[in-house]
Design a protein around this ligand. Structure first.
Ligand code: AMP
Ligand code: GLY
Length: 431
């Protein structure tokens, strides 16, 4: 089969890498890639913007199956456009992608169906929101309703910060239309974990648990980024907790969407806060996590194409379990100096092959090839993935790979996975 991957980051390089290992895949295509994707796939010919034009090309090129990386195309309805033409594509339709596209939709669904999440109030007028904040106890979290590239949630410590957040989102429209409505939400304490499942609208199969590292600096300090590294599985999520999350959150959400007449097929990703009252949903995403996917896919033994196609055609039942390698994987993201703020591009990257020689897998993100050289072309430049029988072993392996890579101004966190080690220590102490 000819398979197309949409998107051009580390997540998409990982998706292509994994798909190209499936028995049923003859060729993997991409639309706008990076230097890593170029090495393992083929550029889909044809120009033109918009999903209709892309669907046209996909039809002409006889692509059999399309996998979508980022949320934007899903929320814009790429799946509807492809399905209208009878093309096979993995992901939720526009109406179901609202689970990520509108936080108000997601929160109201969770409230209606008793899916655990922070308590919240919705506002569509800034004056009313500010009046509410005057009588509130802080900290609180204020979130823009729509897509905001992961920047739409603001934790506010006092009234002044809360008022400022409302002004930024609703008056100054920092996130555009995404800020027409906001959510004011209870601040949850605990530890964050990501649970990613593949669903056909009826059943759901969970990939190993994982944990992202969102802040730019070690010790989870500094501004949020797209994610500076991830590891899997996460020791916080023991079997019992996983079962509970599966039933009360993941399956409950799939069933709730069914009842709402918005069958959800594709990836359901829950960002969870694990606190004293048990796991609660911080947010839903309707696509694979980035960088979590870079750590998850190297552990996956189940045929990836078969899994995604079974979800798309509604026959996930025939795949009983997701089988995976024992042990851990750690992905360390290497970024350009200045990210998540301004950064320079075009720096020559050395050492990718040397990193691969250590046995690490390098998933490229913001890179491009110019005259045979690989140059930086984005904030997050690549993810280096190491594996090990133990979490410390996987961490060591990943950093061995990272040390081989060089470019001017390269930056990475030195503590990816360290939180996981702490949880393991605490768990063994409790036992
Ligand atoms: P979101 O985009 O909703 O996932 O929020 C982004 C980040 O903000 C999360 O990964 C958390 O670190 C933090 N956050 C969001 N909601 C809450 C909450 N209710 N309590 C505490 N932290 C939160
Ligand atoms: N790792 C966070 C995300 O993919 O949204």
């Amino acid at each position: 089969m000819k398979v197309l991957v949409i998107g051009k980051g580390g997540r998409e390089h990982a998706l292509m890498w994994k798909l190209s290992q499936s028995k049923g895949v003859s060729e993997v295509y991409y639309v706008k890639g990076n230097a890593g994707m170029e090495k393992i796939g083929k550029l889909l010919p044809g120009e033109g913007n918009g999903w209709e034009n892309l669907a046209e090309t996909v039809q002409q090129e006889n692509i059999d199956f399309t996998v979508v990386g980022p949320e934007q195309p899903l929320v814009e309805g790429i799946v509807n456009v492809f399905k209208d033409r009878g093309l096979r594509i993995f992901g939720p339709e526009r109406e179901a992608a609202q689970l990520e596209g509108s936080k108000v939709f997601a929160k109201e669904l969770m409230r209606k169906y008793g899916i655990p999440t922070a308590t919240f109030v919705v506002f569509s007028e800034p004056e009313k929101a500010i009046r509410f904040l005057e009588n509130s106890v802080f900290p609180l979290v204020i979130k823009a309703d729509g897509l905001a590239a992961g920047k739409g949630a603001i934790v506010c410590q006092d009234f002044a910060e809360g008022k400022r957040a409302v002004e930024r989102i609703m008056v100054e429209k920092e996130f555009g239309e995404a800020g027409e409505k906001i959510i004011v939400e209870e601040f949850l304490e605990g530890h964050e974990a990501s649970i990613i499942g593949v669903t056909d609208g009826e059943e759901i199969l969970l990939l190993p648990s994982s944990q992202d590292h969102k802040q730019i600096y070690d010790g989870d300090r500094g501004p949020n980024t797209g994610g500076m590294g991830a590891y899997a599985p996460c020791p916080l999520m023991d079997e019992e907790l996983l079962q509970m999350v599966r039933e009360k959150i993941m399956l409950a959400t799939v069933k709730a969407m069914q009842k709402e007449g918005k069958i959800f097929k594709g990836v359901l990703y829950a960002g969870l806060m694990i606190g004293r009252e048990g796991p609660k949903v911080l947010e839903f995403n309707v696509r694979f996590g980035d960088p979590e996917t870079q750590a998850l896919l190297p552990l996956l033994k189940t045929d990836f194409l078969e899994l995604l196609m079974a979800a798309e055609e509604g026959s996930l039942k025939k795949i009983k379990n997701i089988s995976r390698e024992k042990g851990y994987a750690v992905c360390v993201v290497i970024a350009s100096e200045g990210y998540p703020g301004n950064y320079e591009k075009g720096k020559t990257i050395e050492g990718i092959e040397q990193a691969e020689k250590t046995g690490c897998i390098v998933f490229q993100a913001g890179t491009k090839t110019v005259d045979g050289k690989v140059l930086t072309d984005g904030g997050r430049v690549m993810g280096v993935v190491g594996k090990g029988n133990t979490l410390p072993g996987a961490i060591e392996h990943a950093y061995q790979g990272v040390k081989q890579v060089h470019f001017a101004g390269m930056y990475y966190r030195k503590d990816i996975g360290a939180k996981g080690l702490k949880y393991s220590e605490n768990i063994s102490k409790e036992k």
